[in-house]
Design a protein around this ligand. Structure first.
Ligand SMILES: [Ca+2]
Length: 404
């Protein structure tokens, strides 16, 4: 028998592993090339020449950094206090006021044309890139192609890749110049390629849409986009309100819509002491930090802001920032200081306990969405707590006691 030769065995194993990982890298590369070919074919059907696609895809490799960033799961659910505190700082308000003055005449003419108030255009700019401070330095074609071919969102991101190729072919740019966030959002307003293609505007008239370096182009594109997703002149997106004693907390929910006038007749007032606008527009009341925190009325433009970014906290922050950039008051009611961010695991645990009580039947996904909040509300009612749907540490504790 051959004596056991540890060194030879190790060398053989290492060689085998190297061959395997090389083979799997080659298979992966082959799949990536195939995926790019399919995208090129689709771009061709939409009028992009093969030469443009070939140039953009030449030597293109998946970006591992993008894959890693995409697989990150947020560990905690942000609270209203933390989110808005980070987004609407005194510095960001002051800088927004300065930008409002600096770009006043451009913004006013865009307001006349598109119906979007200047402070909103500035507020989105502040929220998206801190007024152009962080535009992102990823190559957008590489990012969206990686997300299309290497993650589970093929349909969404292969369309974004096709749109990115369209921009290269019509807008006189190289893919080196087309920079953005790891997820493909570009320029001062962080437009996805599809948004750029659909809503981009060459406002300064130099023949190219440049949302990276031209503020007329960036602002006009944002105004055009906002109008396209439903922003209308008139009421703002939201206002802070004071609720009267005995206000039915279960009506503070985005699913409950009433004419502004109906809330006014229930005794709801604006937090600055003024009455609500006399309007028949449909609106909702929300309590983003629970009944002890501030209350907001959401007007129809709130939905337009949500069409820009599907996050209630983002949309509230845009409204709060816009109002203060325009010289309006700060939010009066502070959030309760014991409001805690809930971990993903805590929310999963809550959802399982709520399901055991027969109050929740959706996925246990660890996300604090409307269905989970509504289940929390039913639980609060059952145990005699204020039914605001907001899971405070006390609510979580009561739930643990109720379901052992
Ligand atoms: Ca231009």
């Amino acid at each position: 028998m051959t004596p056991f030769n540890k060194t030879a065995l190790l060398a053989a194993t290492t060689a085998l592993l190297a061959t395997q990982s090389l083979a799997s890298a080659r298979a992966q590369e082959g799949e990536f090339r195939e995926c790019l070919q399919a995208i090129k074919a689709e771009a061709g059907r939409q009028g992009v020449s093969g030469a443009v696609a070939d140039r953009a895809f030449q030597n293109l490799t998946p970006d591992q950094k993008v894959i890693d960033l995409d697989s990150r799961q947020p560990e905690f659910t942000l609270t209203y206090g933390k989110y808005v505190g980070n987004a609407v700082t005194l510095e960001r308000i002051a800088k927004g006021q300065q930008k409002l003055t600096q770009y006043r005449s451009l913004l006013d003419s865009l307001t006349r044309e598109y119906g979007v108030a200047p402070q909103y255009l500035v507020a989105f700019w502040g929220m998206e890139t801190n007024y152009g401070a962080y535009l992102g330095d990823f190559q957008v074609v590489r990012s969206v192609a990686t997300l299309a071919c290497m993650t589970k969102r093929l349909a969404f991101f292969s369309n974004e890749t096709v749109q990115a190729l369209k921009i290269l072919s019509t807008n006189g740019m190289t893919s080196q110049q087309m920079r953005g966030s790891w997820a493909g959002a570009m320029g001062n307003m962080q437009f996805m390629p599809s948004t750029f293609v659909k809503y981009g505007v060459d406002r300064d008239g130099n023949g190219r849409i440049d949302i990276w370096n031209s503020m007329p182009d960036a602002f006009a594109s944002a105004a055009n986009f906002l109008r396209g997703i439903g922003f209308r002149p008139g009421l703002p997106s939201s206002d802070e309100v004071f609720l009267p004693q005995g206000f039915p907390l279960e009506e503070a929910d985005t699913t409950v819509e009433k004419p502004v006038r109906a809330w006014a007749s229930m005794g709801v007032k604006r937090a600055n002491g003024q009455p609500l606008p006399s309007s028949d527009e449909l609106s909702s009341i929300v309590l983003p930090a629970g009944w002890r925190g501030p209350a907001f009325i959401l007007y129809p433009n709130f939905k337009a802001v949500m069409n820009w970014n599907r996050s209630t906290l983002y949309a509230l922050a845009v409204g709060i920032l816009a109002q203060q950039i325009a010289g309006g008051p700060a939010v009066k009611q502070p959030p309760p200081d014991d409001d805690q961010p809930l971990s993903h695991d805590t929310v999963v645990d809550m959802q399982m306990r709520l399901a055991r009580l027969g109050l929740y039947s959706d996925e246990t996904d660890g996300l604090l969405g409307p269905k989970t909040r509504s289940a929390v509300r039913m639980f609060q009612k059952r145990v005699g707590l204020p039914a605001d749907g907001h899971p405070t540490p006390e609510v979580v504790q009561r739930l643990v006691q109720a379901v052992r």
